[in-house]
Design a protein around this ligand. Structure first.
Ligand code: NAD
Length: 301
C-alpha cells in the first residue's frame, strides 16, 4: 500500500480562500477589517521569518496586519504595557506574541495578559481551560490545523483510537483534547513512555509532535492508519551540498508511507495549515467581538 498524501498546502489554500471571501463580505458589511497584531521581542531569525509570513498572509486575506517589535532587552513591564494597549485597541481583534521570548521574560504571565477574546494562539489559560472542558474557545492553531485535515478522513471519531506522541502545551495536549472532545479514544505518549511502538500499533490515527527526526518507524504503524507528522527538524544534508540542511518530520516518511493509509509530508503538511488556522482564529475573534455569527468557520470541511 502507498499512503495517500495529505497535502497541507492544498488544504491551507482552501482555508485561505474561504477566509478571503468571508473577510471581504464582513469588511464591506462592518466598514472595518479584522486586525491581527503580531508582537516580536528580539531578533531571533526563525521568529522573524514566522512573523513576516504571518503578517503577509493576514494582509493577503484582506486583514489588517500590525507588527510590533521590541528589542531583546525590553522589560516585562514594557511588553505588558504594549499588550494592554492592544487589548483595548478597537482595530486589533487578534494578538499574537511570537514565542519563544527572551529568557528574562515570563512567557506564561505575558500570554495570560492577552485578552482571552483576542488570544488567537489559544494559549491563554482561559482558552486552554475551555477547550479542556469541551467548551467553545479559541483553539491553538497547529492542533486545529491537524484536526481540520483529519476531518477530511473521519466524519465520526467515535470508535477510533488515536495515539498522540508528545504532550507539550502547544501541540500534544490540545491535540489530544480536541480528539477526546470528538469522542475519539485517545492515548498520549511522551519521552518517558516505554511502550510507544505497541501503543502506536493500536492507533487508527497517529499524531506525532516530538521533535525527534525519524522517530516513528514503519513497523509501529497499523496498516491503513492516518499519520499526521507535526515535527519540524532541521538536519544536515551533505548530499545536497556542503553545509546544507533540510527539513524532516518525526516520521520515517519513506517507509511509513508503505503501511499507512494517509500521511502528511514534511515540509508541506501541518506547517502551512498552522498559519491558515491563525487567520481563521483571527476572523473568528473578529466575529465574536463584533457580535457577528461565526458560522462554524473552523472545524467544518
Ligand atoms: P516540545 O519540545 O515542547 O515537546 C516535545 C514533546 O515530545 C514532549 O511532550 C516530549 O515528552 C515528547 N518527546 C520528546 N522526545 C520523545 C521521544 N523520543 N519519544 C516520545 N516522545 C518524545 O515540542 P513542541 O513544541 O510540542 O513541538 C514538537 C515538534 O513539532 C517540533 O519538531 C516542532 O518544531 C514541531 N512543531 C511544528 C509546528 C507546525 O506548524 N508544523 C508547530 C509547532 C511545533
Amino acid at each position: 500500500m502507498t499512503a495517500e498524501l495529505i497535502d497541507g498546502k492544498v488544504h491551507a489554500a482552501a482555508v485561505r480562500a474561504k477566509m478571503r471571501d468571508r473577510v471581504a463580505v464582513l469588511t464591506a458589511q462592518c466598514g472595518q477589517a479584522p486586525g491581527l497584531a503580531v508582537v516580536l521581542v528580539g531578533e531571533d531569525p526563525a521568529s522573524e521569518v514566522y512573523v513576516r509570513s504571518k503578517g503577509k498572509q493576514a494582509a493577503g486575506a484582506g486583514m489588517k496586519s500590525f507588527e510590533y517589535r521590541l528589542p531583546a532587552h525590553a522589560t516585562q513591564e514594557e511588553l505588558l504595557d504594549l499588550i494592554e494597549r492592544l487589548n483595548t485597541d478597537p482595530q486589533v481583534h487578534g494578538i499574537l506574541v511570537q514565542l519563544p521570548l527572551p529568557g528574562h521574560l515570563e512567557s506564561r504571565h505575558v500570554i495570560n495578559t492577552i485578552s482571552p477574546a483576542k488570544d488567537v494562539d489559544g494559549f491563554h489559560i482561559s482558552n486552554v481551560g475551555m477547550v479542556g472542558t469541551g467548551q467553545d474557545a479559541i483553539v491553538p492553531c497547529t492542533p486545529l490545523g491537524c484536526m481540520m485535515m483529519l476531518r477530511h478522513y473521519y466524519d465520526d471519531f467515535r470508535g477510533r483510537t488515536a495515539l498522540v506522541i508528545g504532550h507539550s502545551n502547544v501541540v500534544g495536549k490540545p491535540m489530544a483534547r480536541l480528539l477526546l472532545n470528538a469522542d475519539c479514544t485517545v492515548i498520549i505518549a511522551h519521552k518517558s513512555s516505554t511502550n510507544i511502538p505497541e501503543l502506536a500499533r493500536l492507533a487508527d490515527i497517529l499524531v506525532v509532535a516530538a521533535g525527534v527526526p525519524g522517530l516513528v518507524k514503519a513497523d509501529w504503524i497499523k496498516p491503513g492508519a492516518t499519520v499526521i507528522d507535526v515535527g519540524i527538524n532541521r538536519i544536515a544534508a551533505p548530499e545536497i551540498g556542503e553545509g546544507k540542511h533540510r527539513l524532516v518530520g518525526d516520521v520515517d516518511f519513506e517507509n511509513v508511507r508503505d503501511v499507512a493509509g494517509a500521511i502528511t509530508p514534511v515540509p508541506g503538511g501541518v506547517g502551512p495549515m498552522t498559519i491558515a488556522c491563525l487567520l481563521a482564529n483571527t476572523l473568528s475573534a473578529f466575529c465574536h467581538q463584533l457580535h457577528l455569527p461565526d458560522e462554524e468557520l473552523l472545524l467544518e470541511d
